[in-house]
Design a protein around this ligand. Structure first.
Ligand code: BEZ
Length: 190
């Protein structure tokens, strides 16, 4: 269930000669910025919506019990809010490694307050990668998230960290809120 995207991403050289450019984070990058950046700003992308449709066999689950993590899917008229980081091109090698299980670099227009747009990049997992799980009934997705654990921690923590970070930004994401509301209680909770 893995599709190592590092070679594909290295071949995407569009930003190599830029001094800096914007990386748009919509999942763990919102709260886990463990890479050097020049500045960061709340931002959004148009025509995309956040979905827990990508399997995680290497971070928030295992090959036997994959977790579910965020990707973006195209949806007309949708907006996805997240966090943009201005980074230097050399930073991408580390991110390519961290997100190698199915995520490909994709160019997007990153939008900021007052609608100002700048060229930027997302890591995108599409249905064409082997780890993609796709849609499932929300209660099923929440149960899977509640039970999955991987080397980076629990899948529950991933979802709750994302929900908290979005709340701090004043963003409501219906998909994320539904999954949180359907999470079965953690062991030890009643
Ligand atoms: C993100 O937060 O944008 C992200 C994190 C991991 C993989 C792909 C995208």
């Amino acid at each position: 269930m893995s599709f190592d995207t590092r070679a594909y991403n290295r071949a995407m050289t569009h930003f190599d000669r830029h001094d800096s450019f914007w990386l748009f984070g919509y999942g763990s990058l919102i709260w886990k910025a463990d890479f050097p950046f020049i500045e960061r700003r709340p931002a959004y992308v148009e025509g995309w919506t956040r979905r827990f449709w990508q399997g995680s066999h290497d971070h928030r689950g295992t090959p036997a019990a994959p977790g579910r993590v965020a990707t973006l899917v195209r949806q007309q008229d949708a907006l996805c809010h997240g966090m943009a980081y201005r980074i230097e091109p050399g930073v991408l090698a580390g991110l390519d490694l961290r997100e190698k299980n199915g995520y490909l670099r994709e160019r997007v227009a990153v939008k900021f307050e007052h609608g100002r747009a700048e060229e930027g990049l997302i890591y995108l997992a599409t249905e064409h990668n082997a780890a993609f799980l796709g849609e499932a009934p929300p209660a099923e997705m929440a149960a899977q998230i509640a039970h999955a654990h991987g080397p980076s921690g629990s899948n529950r923590e991933y979802l709750l960290n994302l929900a908290e970070a979005l709340t701090e930004q004043g963003v409501h994401d219906g998909h994320v809120a539904t999954l949180v509301s359907l999470l079965p209680p953690a062991e030890g909770e009643s």
